[in-house]
Design a protein around this ligand. Structure first.
Ligand code: TYD
Ligand code: MG
Length: 454
């Protein structure tokens, strides 16, 4: 017979992956994270009797697939089209959506604005961080109060669940998961076990009552979502709100979305009256572009289905130190090293004695290979100190042989460039765009070819 545990015991839990260990270790054997184990007291299991009331999740009955109505497919629009876009076209019934980002980036603001736009719905906004008065002050700045928006200041998750069951709202918002706690657990709010348990409570209520639930989560200083990865696995969508402190631009992107694409981004600007949508981000990213300066190029990347024109700035400067610096903001560091190696071997440039800095304007992050040509040309322009021609857009992925490789969605990119007043576009020769475009299209085979034609 198995021995029943009736004493409290101590386990060590990895804060990165949630792995449990009986002993402390410097490195987690499961995920390899260093210094991530923290102590946790485990209370003895309560005896389970058969009379325990089954929770609503367990009472669900299996349904035939063909009997399930397509009604569950219906999406509720949030009233903020940039948010709808990132969600994949609106809110799906019963979905659990995590909204994460650094403190002060605007998570509470966007969710409150969303609540205030959905005027026909009953919404319960639970805040563990701010008092109802503080929320009202914020609401005053962003719009008019709707009739059916209820504010609850609460941090006990079982009280939140109870109030939700009573009120049966159409939408539930919980701000933030790090302030919520379960009374019967010994660990502090915000600790991994608390975050995990509170998330699963919310998931239960979202699924059983089919209430779309938004959960705010802060990120730790490495940019990872605080709490275990397990939280990311539990929810249906993870939206990440990012932007630089110094600028007012905010970008919302889906890192995970069970009901849509993860490539879409939403662009906002933080103003005195809350967040404003930026329906045409290219214009924003091109604002204040300096003229007649070397090291600057414009390029076009696809963010999901939307082409976005971006500006990249580079600086190449001589250094007396033996190991030169490479800095990339908004661009992948490894990709930068690769481009530098290609430029050295295929174009005869030498960067061994120079620092190279790459910066993408407007807090945008270029993680699509079609940005390669723009970055490479900006670096050549900075190294040789010549100005790239005005009103020219550079599109193409660079291969290790220095060749230009075809990219997807070339027509959309060309249309976007033309609509913003660009007159020339350099594209990979293998891309043969269909249709005619109101700008000069210059096909090129390689980086060298681009240098000759531009
Ligand atoms: P907030 O939504 O509280 O951030 P989070 O919930 O992610 O921690 O955003 C707070 C910041 O936004 C704060 O610096 C003030 C600023 N802000 C504005 O500039 N305009 C506004 O209308 C509002 C409501 C906030
Ligand atoms: Mg907040």
């Amino acid at each position: 017979m198995a021995k029943t545990v009736n004493k409290t015991k101590t386990v060590y839990v990895c804060s990165e992956c949630g792995n449990e260990n009986p002993k402390w270790a410097g490195q987690c054997p499961a995920c390899g994270a260093w210094n991530s184990f923290f102590e946790q007291i485990v209370e003895p299991d309560k005896p389970v009797t058969l009379t325990t009331k089954a929770d609503p999740m367990k009472r669900a009955v299996p349904k035939r697939l063909r009997e399930i109505t397509a009604e569950s497919e219906l999406r509720q629009t949030t009233g903020i089209s940039e948010l709808d876009r990132v969600l994949g076209g609106g809110i799906v019934k019963g979905s659990l959506i995590l909204v994460s980002g650094e403190p002060g980036i605007g998570k509470s603001t966007i969710l409150l604005q969303m609540c205030m736009k959905m005027r026909d719905l009953r919404i319960l906004y639970v805040s563990g961080e701010e008092s109802p008065r503080q929320i009202k002050l914020r609401a005053d700045r962003v719009g008019e109060y709707p009739e059916n928006l209820f504010i609850l200041s609460e941090t006990d998750i079982s009280a939140v669940v109870e109030r939700t069951q009573e009120a049966a709202p159409d939408i539930l918002v919980v701000d933030s998961i790090q302030t919520m706690y379960r009374q019967d657990m010994t660990s502090a709010p915000g600790s991994v076990p608390q975050v995990r348990e509170c998330t699963s409570e919310l998931m239960r209520i979202a699924k059983s009552m089919e209430i779309p639930t938004f959960v705010v989560s802060h990120v730790n200083k490495e940019g990872a979502i605080a709490g275990p990865k397990v939280m990311e696995h539990m929810v249906d969508a993870v939206l990440y709100f990012e932007g630089e402190r110094s600028s007012d631009h905010r970008i919302l992107r889906a890192i995970k979305n069970r009901f849509g694409s993860t490539n879409e981004i939403g662009v906002f600007e933080m103003t005195e009256e809350g967040l404003k949508e930026i329906p045409n981000p290219s214009e924003l990213f091109l604002l204040d572009k300096p003229e007649n300066v070397s090291g600057i190029a414009t390029l076009c990347v696809m963010e999901g289905t939307r082409p976005i024109i971006a500006e990249v700035q580079t600086l190449v400067s001589k250094t007396p130190f033996p190991s030169p610096r490479r800095t990339a903001v908004g661009f992948d560091y490894q990709r930068l090293n690769l481009i530098l190696a290609v430029l050295e071997r295929r174009c005869g440039l030498f960067f061994g004695a120079s620092d190279v800095y790459v910066n993408v304007i407007g807090g945008l992050r270029l993680d699509e290979p079609a940005a390669d040509l723009g970055v490479a040309m900006a670096i050549i322009s900075a190294a040789k100190d010549f100005v790239l021609p005005e009103k020219t857009i550079l599109i193409g992925e660079i291969g290790l042989a220095g060749e230009l490789r075809a990219v997807s969605g070339i027509e959309k990119r060309l249309h976007e460039a033309a609509s913003l007043g660009f007159t020339r576009a350099v594209i990979p020769a293998r891309n043969r765009p269909k249709g005619s475009f109101p700008l000069e299209v210059i096909p090129a085979y390689s980086i060298k070819d681009v240098l000759n034609k531009i």
